[in-house]
Design a protein around this ligand. Sequence first.
Ligand code: MTE
Ligand code: MO
Length: 454
Amino acid sequence: MVDRKTTEPDPEDVTEFRDQPAYGFPATLWRALENRPPPGVANGAKAWRSPLRGPWLTSVFGAILLISLPVVILTGLLDYIAYGPELNQSIPADVGWLHLPVFDWPTKPSWLFRLTEGLHVGVGLVIVPVVLAKLWSVVPRLFTWPPARSLAQVLERLSLLMLVGGILFEMVTGILNIQYDYIFGFSFYTAHYFGAWVFIAGFLVHVAIKFPRMWTSLRSRSMRTVMRTSLADTVPEPRDADGLVATDPAPPTVSRRGALALVGGGSLLVAILTAGQTVGGFTRDAALLIPRGRRYGPGPNDFQINRTAVAAQIKPQDTAESWQLTVRGNGEPVMLDRAALLAMEQHTAYLPIACVEGWSTTETWTGVRLRDLATLSGRGEPESARVTSLERNGPFGAASLQRNQVLNPDSLLALRVNGADLSLDHGFPARIIVPALPGVHCTKWVSSIEFKDH
Ligand SMILES: Nc1nc2c(c(=O)[nH]1)N[C@H]1C(S)=C(S)[C@@H](COP(=O)(O)O)O[C@H]1N2
Ligand SMILES: [Mo]
């Protein structure tokens, strides 16, 4: 005999999957689970009594994320392409069948990577308060018991786990990478990339399942009315099928518009504390959340330093007069010291460095065109170039450039910046600067360049 213990039906259909009858072995299993909620779970949802919780509020946060998360996702995937995976850059390392169809990352406009990376990190940071608010708004759902009543629900719950686990993982790894680079025991890029796909899968399933509910919930009350409702007039939403609305709501301590203002204010604060890293000027001083938002002393070399010469263990004697650049192409390598490079035709370009950490800065660089060096090497139309640094054991001690990145007339082996010699921290005696190239590949303290054919 099948005698379900919970005679109360669910208030309504929750998702298409919700009330499917469960037969056979899984049914017995779920019923056994149902009768034995773990301690704390049985009445867990009841402990969350905020009268603000409900499908409308959840849907408002959901709608904001539905618009903003695709921006973060798409710009993140573009970053993967910007790193030039076909040149074996190992950022991230071999990704197997998650390899995206790649195209040559363009060099025009020169601010392209600045834009995509700035959006990725900027939007990603600004929506953190919204993500937290959205999670807060659905907390009672964690206590749904049994966690699933059918196979379809198990899959739905699994997608939720991927969604929530994925976004938390991406936020934490992303923020840690900004605050303390290279602290991971694993490759940040690889972890963030695989984490992204877990999240994306969960996100797509979640949107497909929840979109209709979000839509109806959003239309259940008007934003204008909510914005005009004071604390005294704030009442709970009608009871809902999802169980978001508290069964025993506490008196309100803040109105809905107050809660929205709080979350919006949080996002605004994050924006103010980070925007300066890209906007520059006086706003840089406000970029407190960003370790490289500070100033670097007076003079032409006063801009962000990703890794100092000391940190990279660049020995002073290696960058002294005796330094020579080795240029390889077709035939014997060509050796050029700084005087020889300065004697070549100099070219000046106003180009950004944009870091994966989200900061960027645009400076005036002067040096030798990479394509002139390619010509000098005997391989004037190379397919790619391999740049190696004096830095031996850092993750960015070498980088590869695509053909269009070598041939662009603004692509330089820079010797000077803003009219002065490069400082040691900015890559003296010579560094790479290429339009729209990710900062990581703007190799400092260059020791050799090899121009290659396929
Ligand atoms: N040799 C070497 N070059 C390097 C790096 C490095 O760690 N080692 N960091 C890269 C990164 S991640 C960035 S964003 C830029 C920053 O350049 P800057 O420190 O001159 O601002 O340098 C790039 N070039
Ligand atoms: Mo960087």
